[in-house]
Design a protein around this ligand. Structure first.
Ligand code: MN
Length: 736
């Protein structure tokens, strides 16, 4: 048996391969002969027969030796105990192991749904999972042989596999341009799912074949004769249908076999669009058209870009004949379907559904072309690599497929559903478990987005997302938010400065002065003027200087005792910081302050504020080196408000000679001075020195100073440093 098996494969391979590595095939054969040794198929024959038949089908596709070898090994990981991918990698190399693993993955995917929409999603997902085109091709051969032997399986299993084949694998074969596999799979599905119908068609088909063949031949000749007389050069073909497509036609149009048999199909391909219409005229004058059967898909293409003229006429012997008339270009679109459609898209004539389409054109072309290559390895070299390395395919809970760039996360998915969903997403349930915003999606995930009305996009999101839609929408949101905040902030700044010169904002606003100033600066509106002030692009002083002459100033004072906006901000920040929540308010008050990470000012420190575009004010210590480097136009006066406390976290490093008993003494000094210790860490060095790191909560600069002095007093301490820079703590007010 082994001899026979190997001979058949060798023969099949050598028919198209100049120098196949037969040793590899033999090695794989020995491997499966022992690992599948005791296994039999449902038919009772040795399991290995299935593997050899699959390999022979792969040879029929004229694939490389690696594919044929992988076909022999394709069930080892799934069905043989102890066989792992690593083992295959060691024995047969990376290439073959990867194909076997890919086929195994596809085998594990089960399509159970009856919905067509789901089926399309699964097909795309399988292609995405396959990565290497050879995986899909080996899988198709595996499925074809399984379908050929499906009658030995229990009925329920037959049904499941046949349905899956009909919905997923036959259309996949069609997409890949392998029509012989597609037709055979469809016929086998019909045989399995509707055996009585298959038998009926088979009988009828056999009975009428000779007759039909002659009719088609005669009609083609007659048609060519008419066209020639009209000076049209054309190629005409009569179509032979496979059983499944005959049944499909019977069922769809509620026809008997005789009626379908009566419907002969002819295809006329002519060089130009003009010739298409001329051909139509020729056909209609030769034979009587059936009313209501003419369709002009050239003037009005189908949504999938299909173009042709369709007509049905009463042909020779009173039989109805259906004609499709098209140009070679239209023919390619009709044959390659969605793949050719993609090519249209690339030319810039995009269709709305194009986003979920596939560039399979190159696959079907290559499958076609490889017939003409001398060495199948050339073919494989040209299609090696991942099929859709740049994409990930995921599903909505309803089963709609969403295609996203590889590496996309929850946020990308949410924006793909709808911008509103994207804006308010707080996480998702993926395959039932909760995940965060930045969770990376995997092929086949089913994702349910969780939203909250209080959620809004933040700048960090830009660091996670991959899809351009999400990026655009987040940027647009941030920009509008930035503008609104700057406007509000500019307004507050101006109103505060006006109060200083005893002018009321209300009064100034009522006059036309601000509009005038805005226009004078080339701005569209007072709103834009506020925004410019808020951005720090226009100084308040400049605006005040322009306002003053008109109003004279020094009029009635307006609410002189009111707390200044910045004071209110500080109060709020202090409150928020005690509560350990970020400041987050809306409308006019939505001005954030943040403490600069470079110098981390504490209450009591001398400070300055800098307007950060659309993000409120950043507070620096006045002696911070960053301040000197910053644009003075953006600088504004700030001061700590009264006795407002803003407990902050501060990092200290305490250097000491040795660590013995020191930790408790230093800790004591800290708590003694009213600060809290959040964490402490000791690092001892070889030389007997120690470095203690503390994170403490402190109220202001004075307290810190006192505390540092107290630590320095502890015996053994050599140095105390305050550590600046990003701390890992929340609890301080920030710009979100
Ligand atoms: Mn198999």
């Amino acid at each position: 048996m082994a001899e026979d098996h190997l001979n058949r494969i060798t023969l099949a391979l050598s028919e198209y391969h100049p120098a196949p590595d037969l040793a590899l095939i033999e090695k794989a054969y020995d491997f499966i002969a022992s690992s599948h040794a005791s296994q039999t198929r449902a038919s009772g024959e040795p399991y290995i027969n299935h593997l050899v038949e699959t390999a022979l089908l792969v040879c029929k596709l004229r694939l490389d030796v690696a594919s044929v070898t992988a076909a022999l090994l394709h069930d080892t990981i799934e069905d043989c105990e102890g066989v792992t991918e690593e083992m295959l990698r060691e024995e047969f190399g990376e290439d073959i192991a990867a194909i076997v693993e890919g086929v195994t993955k596809l085998t594990r995917v089960r399509f159970e749904s009856q919905e067509e929409k789901q089926a399309e999603g699964f097909r795309k997902m399988l292609l995405a999972m396959a990565k290497d085109i050879r995986v899909v091709l080996v899988k198709l051969c595996d499925r074809l042989h399984n379908m050929r032997t499906i009658r030995f399986l229990p009925e329920d299993k037959q049904r499941r596999i046949a349905l899956e084949t009909r919905e997923i694998y036959a259309p996949l074969a069609h997409r890949l341009g392998i029509h012989w596999i597609k037709s055979e799979l469809e016929d086998l599905c019909l045989l399995s799912l509707r055996p009585e119908i298959y038998a009926m068609i088979k009988d009828n088909f056999a009975r009428t074949k000779a007759e039909r063949d002659k009719y088609v031949k005669d009609t083609v000749e007659e048609l060519l004769h008419h066209l020639e007389a009209a000076g049209i050069s054309a190629s005409v073909s009569g179509r032979s249908k496979h059983f499944a497509s005959i049944w499909e036609k019977m069922e769809r149009n509620n026809l008997s076999f005789e009626e379908v048999y009566d419907l002969h199909g002819f295809r006329v391909i002519v060089p130009t669009v003009r010739a298409c219409y001329e051909t139509l005229g020729v056909i209609h004058s030769a034979w009587k058209p059936v009313p209501g059967r003419f369709k002009d898909y050239i003037a009005m293409p189908k949504p999938n870009m299909y173009q042709s003229l369709h007509t049905t006429v009463i042909g020779p012997e009173g039989s109805r004949i259906e004609c499709q008339i098209r140009t070679p270009d239209m023919h390619r679109v009709a044959e390659e379907g969605i793949a050719a459609h993609w090519r249209y898209k690339e030319r810039g004539q995009s269709a709305s559904s194009a986003e979920t389409d596939f560039d399979l054109h190159w696959v079907s072309t290559l499958v076609e072309e490889q017939k003409y290559l001398k060495n199948p390895d050339e073919f494989i070299q040209s299609v090696k690599g991942e099929l859709f390395p740049e994409d990930v395919f995921v599903f909505t809970p309803k089963g709609d497929l969403i295609r996203l760039p590889y590496g996309s996360c929850t946020i990308d998915f949410a924006y793909a559903i709808h911008s509103d969903v994207g804006q308010s997403t707080i996480g998702a349930k993926i395959n039932g478990s909760l995940v965060g915003l930045d969770h990376e999606l995997e092929n086949g995930d089913t994702i349910e987005v969780l939203t909250s009305k209080s959620q809004t996009p933040s700048r960090d999101w830009l660091g996670y997302v991959k899809s351009s839609k999400a990026k655009q929408r987040i940027r647009a949101f941030l920009k509008s938010e930035e503008h609104a905040r700057s406007m509000a902030f500019g307004m507050e700044l101006l109103s505060k400065e006006l109060r200083k010169v005893k002018l009321s904002m209300k009064k100034v606003e009522k006059s036309n002065k601000l509009t005038e100033i805005a226009k004078g600066m080339g701005l569209r509106s007072v709103g834009d003027l506020y925004a410019q002030i808020g951005y720090g692009k226009v100084s308040v002083a400049k605006v005040i200087a322009k306002v003053l002459p008109d109003f004279g100033g020094e009029e009635e004072a307006s609410e002189p005792t009111e707390t200044s906006p910045l004071e209110r901000i500080f109060q709020r920040a202090a409150r928020a910081s005690r509560l350990k929540v970020g400041v987050k308010v809306s409308g006019l008050e939505d001005i954030m302050i943040r403490y600069a990470k470079c110098c981390e000012p504490l209450p009591g420190d001398r400070i300055v504020g800098f307007i950060t575009r659309g993000r409120g004010v950043t507070i620096h210590r006045a002696d911070c080196s960053q301040v000197l480097r910053s644009d003075p136009l953006r600088q504004i006066d700030v001061s700590w408000h009264g006795d407002a406390k803003a407990p902050r976290r501060v990092k200290l490093t305490v250097h000491s000679r040795d660590s013995l008993g020191l930790l408790s003494k230093v800790s004591h000094a800290i708590t003694e001075n009213g600060a809290n210790i959040n964490s402490a860490q000791v690092n001892t060095t070889d030389s007997g020195k120690a470095k203690h790191q503390f994170e403490i909560t402190i109220d202001d600069a004075k307290q810190l100073e006192k505390l540092i002095r107290a630590i320095e007093q502890v015996q053994g301490v050599t140095k105390v440093d305050r550590v600046l820079g990003r701390t890992s703590f929340g609890g301080e007010p920030s710009a979100r």
